[in-house]
Design a protein around this ligand. Structure first.
Ligand code: HEC
Length: 106
């Protein structure tokens, strides 16, 4: 198990190094997939813990601007942070990942 997570960590680091501004899928894999799942369905350990909604369904209600704002500011439920905002993500990466997220829509 420990070895497996090391391999996963290495894979994520490799992706991190490869991530370029217009590669939304790499950003998604690196920053979002651990909660939302690679396919956006949220079928991950974190996703289950957070009772995350299926993003592929939720996306029907969202547009790129809304997703970009969500990535920057995160999601709050009252005072509780449900999803942390990615304050340090470059605007180019935010745009790219929002664009990529929209491709996961059902
Ligand atoms: C720590 C886990 C976590 C990470 C990492 C994460 N999210 Fe989220 N995200 C959530 C939770 C929890 C919500 C709250 C809504 C829900 O219940 O699904 C949410 C909501 C959203 C929503 C809004 C859905 C709606 O109905 O308004 C979008 C869009 C979204 N995330 C995209 C992303 C993107 C893109 C990334 C990567 C840059 C990302 N998330 C990273 C946990 C996470």
């Amino acid at each position: 198990m420990k070895q497996l997570s090391l391999v996963t960590a290495a894979a994520f680091m490799a992706l991190a190094l490869n991530a370029t501004a217009d590669d939304g899928s790499a950003v998604f894999t690196k920053e979002c997939a651990k909660c939302h799942g690679a396919d956006g369905k949220g079928d991950t350990a974190m996703g289950k813990k957070l009772k995350i909604k299926d993003l592929t369904v939720e996306l029907a209600k969202l547009d790129a601007a809304k997703i970009e704002a969500t990535v920057k500011d995160g999601v709050k439920d009252g005072d509780k942070v449900r999803m942390k905002g990615f304050k340090d993500m470059s605007d180019a990466d935010v745009k790219a990942v929002a664009k990529y997220a929209l491709t996961l829509k059902k």
